[in-house]
Design a binder for this molecule. Structure first.
Ligand code: MN
Length: 253
């Protein structure tokens, strides 16, 4: 089976379409979308329509999908000092972006669907090729996750008891392929809001009972129309998303 994996599409249909074009020659049988599907980008409804109707993907719910389902009033109260202008501004932008995205999904009838998404996906039962898909880590949709910065000990603790040979997750937005004890840790890198990368990430995985191979792909896409749509639709997080997409924002570097 040929599995394509995207994560952190973040409402960016331009990036997702670039991945689809890049993946066409690989004749993917099945897609996984590992959460953070809609928040921060201009195209939350279009992204869900693409993932469901065109890719026929299976899904994991990410922390920001949970924020959108639960609404801005459910966000943990932020305790920023008067001096922490950046922190207070981020919290305000996050609440407004959650509200903006939630209204669009509600109008299009997607909120109940988003709420039903599971926390993880599994493929294969043979030792050596058991694949687990998560958003951040096997136990939670938030906090530390799979990237090149986390220590092996910390990553091993996140994987404790996961009963998988390969764990693939998103959340950190950093493309990763490393061994943690006997477990291979993969992250496709973000599709819609890349970090330390000049394009949309996705993973091509070939899986059967005897083997599992994985290949990272990075696909360049035009960020200009994404920024234009953020502005046109008066997205409350437009400045922040533009900063990440143009690699000016500290999160991107
Ligand atoms: Mn994310």
């Amino acid at each position: 089976m040929r599995l394509g994996v995207v994560a952190d599409v973040h409402g960016n249909a331009t990036a997702l379409n670039a991945v689809l074009a890049d993946a066409a020659p690989y004749e993917i049988d099945h897609w996984w979308a590992l959460g953070d599907l809609v928040l921060h980008g201009p195209d939350p409804v279009e992204v869900l329509e693409l993932l469901v109707d065109v890719l026929r993907a299976e899904f994991v719910k990410g922390n920001t999908d949970r924020y959108v389902v639960d609404g801005p009033q459910a966000l943990a109260p932020a305790h920023h000092s008067e001096a922490d202008v950046v922190g207070r501004e981020f919290s305000r932008m996050l609440a407004q972006s959650v509200d903006w995205t939630r209204r669009r999904l509600d109008d299009a009838g997607w909120l109940a669907w988003l709420d039903r998404l599971p926390p993880s996906l599994r493929l294969g039962g043979q030792p050596g090729t058991r694949l687990l898909g998560v958003h951040a880590s096997p136990k939670t949709d938030d906090g530390p996750g799979i990237d090149t910065d986390i220590t092996s000990d910390d990553l091993a603790a996140l994987f404790d008891g996961c009963e998988a040979d390969v764990v693939v997750g998103g959340h950190t937005h950093l493309a990763t392929d490393r061994l943690v004890g006997p477990v291979r840790a993969l992250n496709p890198g973000a599709t819609g809001l890349p970090r330390r990368s000049n394009g949309a990430g996705w993973l091509f995985i070939e899986h059967d009972d005897d083997s599992l191979t994985a290949e990272h792909h990075t696909v360049q896409f035009d960020t200009e129309p994404v920024v234009e749509r953020l502005r046109k639709h008066r997205h409350p997080g437009a400045d922040s998303a533009e900063g990440v997409l143009t690699r000016v924002h500290p999160f991107a570097s």
